[in-house]
Write a new protein. Structure first.
Length: 227
């Protein structure tokens, strides 16, 4: 039976809670700088405090593969992938984007694209890379665009509050609605690490329709090179 499922999924395991580089905070798709372009965004590592942002880093390619997966046939399986990896130490990280290209595998076990086609963009983080008529990439800290009253959320679902990090210090107040006009955006002033990719829309669609589905994943590297 077909239906619609609405869900939010964060910090699924203790490992992800203590290693926020693996946590996909949000995925966004926006119209690009012109009608024939689209911008995709994957956020991770939120919440970063202003003090902690300068030392925040994406996971190294030996540990993490970040991906944006594209379904352009409506079967909820990825037809194309954009793969993002990082190299370099603190203050010298570089981003490498491959794709969009047909993945070598679909599902939860993935292998890094090598010569399957698609574009490649590489360069330092915190800079706009690529070309305005092709693929443009930015990777680095940005103000977290999500909004939520986490104090109220953890009152409703207290077992979801993390055991460490900035969110662990949230106090437990009474389970009541806030007065009108006093809404709280808890993540205001906090940052995440954003991967932003803008590219021609035609590179993501199958030529028959302009609609596509997109989701983000992070994968842990395993022995043997697969991830």
């Amino acid at each position: 039976m077909a239906g619609v499922v609405v869900a939010s999924d964060h910090q699924d395991t203790a490992f992800v809670e203590f290693n926020p580089r693996y946590d996909v905070n949000d995925v966004y798709a926006f119209p690009g700088s012109s009608p024939d372009r689209v911008a995709l965004v994957l956020g991770t590592s939120s919440p970063l405090t202003p003090a902690g942002t300068p030392t925040a880093r994406f996971g190294d390619e030996s540990q993490i593969l970040y991906q944006l997966k594209i379904d352009n046939t409506g079967d909820a399986r990825e037809d194309l992938v954009l793969q993002v990896t990082f190299t370099g130490g603190p203050g010298a990280q570089r981003v490498h984007v491959r794709g969009p290209a047909k993945p070598r595998q679909v599902g939860t076990a993935n292998t890094l694209l090598r010569s399957e086609g698609g574009r490649e963009v590489e360069g330092p983080v915190n800079q706009v890379l690529g070309s305005a008529d092709g693929m443009q990439v930015f990777a680095g800290p940005r103000d977290d665009p999500f909004f939520i009253d986490l104090e109220a959320f953890f009152r409703i679902l207290p077992d979801r509050k993390p055991e460490s990090g900035p969110l662990s210090t949230i106090t437990q107040g009474p389970l009541t609605f806030r007065p009108a006009g006093s809404a709280v955006d808890f993540v205001r002033g906090l940052n995440d690490l954003a991967i932003v990719i803008e590219l021609p829309l035609k590179e993501l669609t199958n030529g028959q329709q302009q609609r596509f589905g997109v989701w983000g994943t992070t994968s842990r590297a395993r022995t043997g090179g697969a991830s």
